[in-house]
Design a binder for this molecule. Structure first.
Ligand code: M6R
Length: 591
């Protein structure tokens, strides 16, 4: 997803901007560009592909500029489509994240008015609209252009004539970094952490004008003050810390993430406040990708523990289902807090009068402005595109919610808390034995198709395991309820299609073993994920990934960590770009 950076201060702007753009690489991009304002003109540099390792770029000595990493939506990745985009007279340059839905009629009108366009992008209309309104004051020109735009945007504009940056946001993330005598504007916090930990989270409708002497934020033309937050993440948090990939580092952070998330909500007992759910008739989870799988685990656990009916919807499909009732609790799960589909689903829920809860990992993210209630996971920044530690943190919050919504007795809650507190140690034991998982991962690297199966709680785990595998290793991997295979997918089984079976020792156990036998009878190699006390399963499969014994409801945690490692080592053996898989973005801010 596109990344934005703007800088005004005393350092060489091109170097600051490029180093900040590199910190946004995790969002995914296919081209990039920088513009600086120097001596009454704009110097622009654009390139397709990665920024690369060059530490210093020579655009000029200017100390003001903007930069962008582009993830193509309108128009292919190319130099001409890369941002920054300029007006006809090359006096104004802008970078943009989001989508301008009405760009075509705007473009047609602007062309009739004499504007010349060079790119296929929706973004270019913004530069021309600002140009049209520019009479020597960039802020006024931006403000005049905004009402014409339909869609979502985070924009930063610069002009060749004034020493200022003007930035604004609507439904796309944007933060302001406040340094000593220098200011930064960016899509996300890691971009500015090298320079400052003081950050303002801009809100929808905010327009910020930044000069050397400070910044002013207006919303609807009225000056507003926004809190400067101190970000506690260190720059090291956002870097690899000795691991070959962010993904591996982040999997290894899981025990600490569980501890940190528990620390926030558990003392002797569970302190999480769930009063937002009082009198709710149903819970509806909306989420995408991995967060959707966390929601599916939530369905099993919450229904089982509390008896409250739970619906789980892909956020992108939510619009096509009946609106929630006013007594519903709609829960958006999104680690980034910026996933456009999830935000839109929650807006719909609010319009219907439902209560809205967000579970997110990012303080001040867009979802926190939409939701009535927010529960934070405490996973720290996740840079690898594949969600790993944040998924586990989501599960921990879901367990706490389920327990608080349930009719458990005090001693049952205490037992559950005890089990939760043991989870970090259980996960450490999986990480200590990752060599065994690496061997199996390397075995899988030669295949092109896989199936993942599970029943009950094992089903969302299978879906998530398959998503992880396909996302980073590019092996075609499908997750199925174990009972569904015989209704069609059996036709794909054979020695060229390994099957990963998530085997949980609960009421699904015997029947899952039967399903495994059916698979083996069709020659597929089978890898079972099972706990260390399971003495039966190894008789029927080719490999077993052993995980420590935990209460059955926590198997999604231990099994998922094992499956994340399995995908990681398969992808590594295949030589894939693990942290930045092709075509994917960390934060999907378009619908
Ligand atoms: O930030 P979100 O949790 O809303 O992101 C949702 C999905 O885009 C995300 O989980 C995606 O599926 C992951 N890359 C999977 O590893």
């Amino acid at each position: 997803m596109c990344g934005i950076v703007g800088y005004i201060g005393y350092s060489k702007a091109d170097n600051v901007i490029i180093s900040s753009l590199k910190r946004l690489e995790y969002r995914g991009y296919d081209s990039w560009g920088v513009a600086i304002s120097e001596g009454g003109r704009l110097n622009v540099y654009k390139q397709v592909g990665a920024i690369g390792e060059v530490e210093s770029y020579e655009l000029g000595d200017s100390t003001i500029g903007i930069g962008h990493t582009r993830w193509a939506t309108h128009g292919k990745p190319s130099e001409v489509n890369a941002h920054p985009h300029l007006d006809c007279n090359k006096r104004i340059a802008i970078v943009h994240n989001g989508i301008i839905e009405n760009f075509l009629p705007l473009k047609e009108r602007l062309i009739k008015e004499g504007h010349r366009f060079v790119s296929e992008t929706d973004t270019e209309v913004i530069a021309h609209l600002i140009e049209k309104n520019y009479k020597g004051d960039l802020e006024k020109a931006v403000v005049a252009a905004l009402p014409e735009l339909k869609g979502s945007y985070a924009i930063v504009a610069i002009s060749s004539k004034e020493r200022k940056l003007v930035a604004c946001r609507y439904k796309s993330p944007l933060i302001l970094g406040v340094g000593d005598g220098e200011y930064f504007i960016a899509s996300d916090v890691p971009a500015v952490l090298e320079y400052t930990n003081r950050v303002v989270y801009l809100e929808d409708g905010d327009v910020v004008t930044i000069t050397d002497s400070g910044y002013e934020i207006k919303n609807n033309g009225v000056e507003v003050s926004r809190k400067v937050e101190l970000v506690s993440w260190s720059i090291e948090d956002a870097e690899k810390g000795g691991y070959e990939h962010f993904m591996l580092k982040e999997i290894h952070e899981t025990p600490r993430v569980i501890e940190d998330t528990l620390l926030g909500y558990v003392s002797e007992t569970i302190d999480l406040d769930v009063s937002f759910a009082a009198g709710t008739s149903e819970i509806i989870f909306v989420a995408c990708g991995t967060s959707y799988h966390a929601a599916l685990v939530g369905k099993y656990v919450i229904e089982e523990m509390s008896g409250i009916p739970v619906r789980v919807e892909y956020a992108s499909e939510f619009n096509y289902h009946p609106a929630p009732l006013s007594r519903s609790l709609v829960v958006g799960i999104t680690q980034s807090g910026e996933t456009a589909d999830t935000l839109e689903a929650l807006r719909k829920a609010k319009r219907a009068g439902a209560r809205v809860l967000a579970i997110t990992n990012v303080l001040g993210s867009s979802v926190t402005r939409i939701a009535d209630y927010v529960i934070y996971t405490r996973a720290g920044p996740e840079i690898g595109v594949a969600a790993t530690k944040t998924f586990i943190a989501q599960l921990v919050v879901i367990y706490l919610m389920a327990a608080k919504l349930s009719m458990l007795t005090r001693s049952e809650v205490e037992k559950l808390v005890l089990e939760l507190k043991l989870l970090p140690e259980r996960v450490r034991r999986i990480l200590d034995k990752e060599d065994k998982i690496r061997e199996i991962g390397e075995f899988l690297a030669d295949y092109e198709n896989m199936m993942y199966i599970g029943r009950g709680l094992g089903y969302p785990v299978a879906l998530e395991g398959a998503l992880k595998m396909k996302e980073i290793s590019y092996i075609h991997a499908e997750g199925y309820p174990a009972g569904e295979l015989k209704h069609g997918p059996f036709a794909l089984l054979g020695k060229e299609t390994p099957v990963v079976a998530c085997v949980i020792r609960d009421n699904t156990y015997d029947i899952t073993l039967n399903n495994i036998k059916e698979v083996k009878a069709r020659d597929s190699p089978v890898i079972a994920i099972a706990d260390e006390k399971d003495e039966e399963v190894e008789k029927y499969v080719d490999f077993v990934v052993r995980t420590p014994e935990v209460d059955r409801i926590f198997t999604p945690v231990t099994y998922s960590v094992a499956l994340q490692l399995l995908a990681y080592y398969t992808a590594k053996k295949r030589g894939c770009e693990i942290d930045k898989p092709r075509h994917l973005a960390k934060s999907v801010t378009v619908e």
